[in-house]
Design a protein around this ligand. Sequence first.
Ligand code: ADP
Ligand code: MG
Length: 159
Amino acid sequence: MHQWQVETDSPEATFALGQRLGRLATPPLLILLRGELGAGKTLLAQGLARGLGVPAEVAVHSPTYTLLNHYAGRCPVYHFDLYRLNGADELEELGFDEFAHGDGVALVEWAERLDRTDFPHLDIALEILAGDRRRLQLTARGGADERLLRQLAAAGSME
Ligand code: ADP
Ligand code: MG
């Protein structure tokens, strides 16, 4: 499965979706999160981090000023927020490529700021619908493992 779309109707449902995805994920994995302010990127990242085994007592926040937070789960979890990124040089200084395709799972908020990536990735576009509804469009790109989407879709329809 190359693409899967789902709607959530609460912050909790978006978190839970992230958690399910996190449980299924295996490194190396790059997850690009797109969508306007308030779309739910951070909530999804928080669910993902929990699903990846980051303990509940570890706070997962948008690394808006630092660009990168690092958490220890069952594998390393690298949480980027590129909102304040000043160009590709800064990404290189951060060593982005090593995190994007290395020993862990990399979550990237404001992935619109990346002009391109050479690595297979899961692209997640979040769209604000009326009220608390959000549409999430998940796409496996660049030869990314499509099994993850199949498993996620199957798990979702069983609930
Ligand atoms: P972003 O990181 O994209 O700016 P956040 O995850 O920080 O977004 O915030 C999303 C906001 O939208 C939160 O205040 C959350 O309570 C609210 N919200 C309402 N409905 C949803 C939903 N279905 N999914 C995610 N967030 C939602
Ligand atoms: Mg955010």
